[in-house]
Design a protein around this ligand. Structure first.
Ligand code: HEC
Length: 151
């Protein structure tokens, strides 16, 4: 066998192993996500709860947030934030309802920020996707959705 052919075979083996590795990792992650679906309390660390929103609900922040929300969150949380987006039915866990005044009163801004940053189960972790500023803008918007629903 020539050296070249040998190399070709070795590369092919590495490639197949790589693909199998990715498949195994994904199915492991999928199982972990499924285990996370159980409706157990979602505990936010105390120091995260106390973090204050550094932004004010200015028209600029709210309009940026509305766009971010439409692009990234409506699918599951619904246009008005009631947790009834077109994708919501696909999950065992209902996406949070931001129009639920009782729930929203219990959550600090810091807790909402932490949860959207970390994610859990089908709830995406946004910290690597959206900047800190964008996530705080979204916290302002979730508060606005709650107020709009109460009108
Ligand atoms: C793929 C569906 C999906 C998308 C997209 C999604 N979410 Fe969620 N979200 C969920 C689900 C499901 C939960 C409930 C998770 C749980 O309780 O385990 C949740 C929970 C949350 C919570 C926690 C509420 C609370 O107090 O318990 C916040 C905050 C949140 N989402 C914000 C957002 C924001 C902001 C976006 C867009 C940037 C977004 N989500 C996009 C599915 C989604």
């Amino acid at each position: 066998m020539t050296n070249d052919r040998m190399q070709g075979i070795v590369f092919r083996i590495i490639r197949v192993c790589g693909i199998l590795g990715v498949v195994a990792a994904l199915s492991f992650a999928g199982r972990r996500a499924a285990a996370d679906d159980a409706p157990k309390p979602w505990v936010v660390p105390d120091d995260a709860k106390e973090v204050k929103n550094p932004l004010q609900p200015t028209p600029e922040n709210l309009s940026a947030a509305e766009q971010l929300y439409t692009d990234n969150c409506t699918l599951c949380h619904g246009e008005k934030g009631a947790g009834d987006g077109p994708g919501a039915k696909a999950f065992k866990v209902k996406p949070a309802d931001f129009t639920d005044a009782k729930m929203m009163k219990m959550e600090t801004d810091g807790a909402l920020f932490w949860k959207m940053s970390e994610g859990r189960g089908p709830m995406v972790s946004w910290k690597d996707v959206l900047t800190e500023k964008e996530r705080w803008q979204l916290v302002l918007y979730l508060r606005k959705l709650g107020k709009d629903a109460a009108k």
